[in-house]
Design a protein around this ligand. Structure first.
Ligand code: ZN
Length: 130
């Protein structure tokens, strides 16, 4: 398992971590990469990496769906972040072929921060093909 760290710089933010994940993969490795975020107010997803406005549209629309103030009971005051994390999900699985992530032309792996800014961990586990 490899542990990566990322630093968010805003309360909500989407960071492209595709390159960081690729660096964890030995050359020639083929199998599966599991990317997992061990946090309850952050998430992992795969989406369009070409047009940066897609990241902003995702964050803005999530904010409309789950506003910061919503009459939540959670005393910590970050229920919106917990709900967004649950909606987006805390892991993804990616096929790896000969040392490279198998992604579509427009796809990038995104770390999603919903309660930053802060330093976060991401775990990457590689499962080798027999
Ligand atoms: Zn909380």
């Amino acid at each position: 398992m490899t542990k990566l760290t990322v630093k968010s710089s805003a309360r909500t933010q989407v960071l492209d971590i595709t390159g960081q994940i690729e660096k964890c993969i030995p050359s020639g490795f083929s199998g599966i990469a599991v990317v997992f975020v061990p946090h309850t107010t952050a998430a992992i997803t795969i989406n369009e990496g070409a047009d940066p406005s897609v990241k902003n549209d995702m964050l803005n629309h999530l904010e409309k769906l789950v506003p910061k103030s919503g009459g939540y009971k959670h005393i910590e005051g970050n229920s919106d972040a917990h709900i967004k994390s649950a909606l987006v999900g805390n892991s993804t699985t990616i096929i790896v072929d000969k040392g490279h992530l198998v992604l579509g032309t427009w796809q990038a792996v995104y770390f999603c921060e919903f309660d930053g800014p802060r330093e976060r961990n991401i775990y990457v586990e590689l499962l080798k093909n027999e």
